[in-house]
Write a new protein. Structure first.
Length: 120
């Protein structure tokens, strides 16, 4: 009986997809996009500066600094001001009210990816 039960469960266990080493979990951050949109221009610029500083510090937390996403973002924002980055985020957020419930960090990333296409 034990053999037949094990025979039943072993194939099921093998069919379950395993997590990939490349899987990334992104948390929603400290605030929702709707709150970000309630900020004035100066607060949005400060948020953008902190966001970009965090992205650029990511390799200190073992984020791959040679990934195409990191390299693209680093190259694309080079020379931009925090006010310009905030304007990009704000425009995207205003154009996508269906995403206001998402974390501002996620929406900001989507906004920047829209103007900074990934290079192969």
């Amino acid at each position: 009986m034990v053999f037949s039960v094990l025979t039943l469960f072993v194939p099921l266990n093998m069919a379950v997809p395993q997590k990939s080493e490349d899987e990334v979990i992104v948390y929603q951050g400290f605030m929702k996009t709707e709150k970000y949109l309630g900020f004035g221009e100066a607060e949005r610029a400060i948020y953008a500066a902190g966001l970009m500083d965090g992205i650029l510090l990511a390799p200190l937390f073992d984020a791959p600094s040679k990934s195409k996403y990191f390299r693209t973002m680093q190259t694309c924002v080079n020379g931009m001001t925090n006010t310009q980055v905030a304007a990009i985020i704000t425009k995207y957020a205003k154009d996508h009210p269906e995403e206001w419930h998402l974390g501002a960090n996620v929406v900001a990333w989507k906004a920047l990816r829209g103007v900074c296409p990934v290079q192969p």
